[in-house]
Design a protein around this ligand. Structure first.
Ligand SMILES: [Zn+2]
Length: 98
C-alpha cells in the first residue's frame, strides 16, 4: 500500500510544474491523498503489531497491566483501545519522550 502511493506520486509529479498555477489545486489534492494513504498504511501496521502484543499478553496473563508502571489499566481505556499496553499516564509520558 505504501509503495503504491509513492510510485503513483513519482509518475504524476514530474510533468505538472509548467501548468501551474492552474493545477495547483490538483497537486495539493494528490499530496494530501498520498499522505493520507501512507498514514493509514503506517497506523494499520502499528495497530496490527499492537494487537499481536495484546494477544501475547492475554496468553501470559499480563493483559490489562501497564507495561511501564505495572498498574491495572482502567477498563474504560481497554474498552476504547483494547490493545493498550500502557495506562493513560505512561502513554502520554512516552509520547512526550519520542
Ligand atoms: Zn502506567
Amino acid at each position: 500500500m505504501a509503495t503504491v502511493a509513492l510510485n503513483k506520486d513519482r509518475m504524476e509529479g514530474a510533468g505538472e510544474l509548467s501548468t501551474m498555477p492552474i493545477h495547483m489545486a490538483d497537486i495539493g489534492t494528490d499530496n494530501y491523498e498520498q499522505e493520507f494513504t501512507l498514514s493509514i498504511a503506517q497506523s494499520e501496521s502499528v495497530v496490527l503489531s499492537q494487537i499481536d502484543d495484546a494477544l501475547r499478553r492475554i496468553d501470559n496473563g499480563t493483559y490489562g497491566e501497564c507495561e511501564d508502571c505495572e498498574k491495572t489499566i482502567p477498563k474504560a481505556r481497554l474498552n476504547a483501545i483494547p490493545y493498550a499496553h500502557r495506562c493513560v499516564r505512561c502513554a502520554s509520558e512516552s509520547e512526550q519522550n519520542q
